[in-house]
Design a protein around this ligand. Structure first.
Ligand code: FES
Length: 119
């Protein structure tokens, strides 16, 4: 089946891009980042940008290394894949498979309302 084929392709998703961009978190499309626990997708580079329970920003490549589904935020410091249940921590490391490798974590720095994501 399609699903079984997908599962055989563990860790074959495209590699995460190198990026350097800045978003203004005061603009309407990023208001979710003004609250702890909020998150947005930066779709042009497949990056999920989240604010954890302590207010820290976390930016991870959001393509699951298992079979390519989009990783979601699930709780304030945990990222999960809706397809087969893989989970990743704030550093992008695998907590729960079937993924056997992590996702790239990007650097973040905030200056005023300007959030830079790079790495
Ligand atoms: Fe299978 Fe993410 S695609 S766990």
């Amino acid at each position: 089946s399609m699903a079984l084929e997908a599962c055989k392709k563990n860790n074959s998703s495209p590699s995460a891009p190198t990026v350097d961009f800045t978003i203004d978190i005061s603009t309407s499309q990023y208001t979710a980042l003004q609250k702890n626990g909020g998150y947005v997708y930066y779709n042009s580079d497949s990056i999920i940008i989240a604010r954890d329970g302590s207010g820290n920003f976390v930016a991870l490549y959001d393509v699951c290394p298992h079979a390519g589904c989009t990783v979601q935020v699930n709780g304030s410091s945990r990222f999960t894949c809706p397809c087969h249940g893989s989970a990743f921590d704030e550093s992008g490391n695998v907590i729960t498979g079937p993924a056997t490798s992590g996702v790239k974590k990007y650097n973040t720095s905030l200056s005023g309302n300007q959030l830079r994501i790079y790495g």
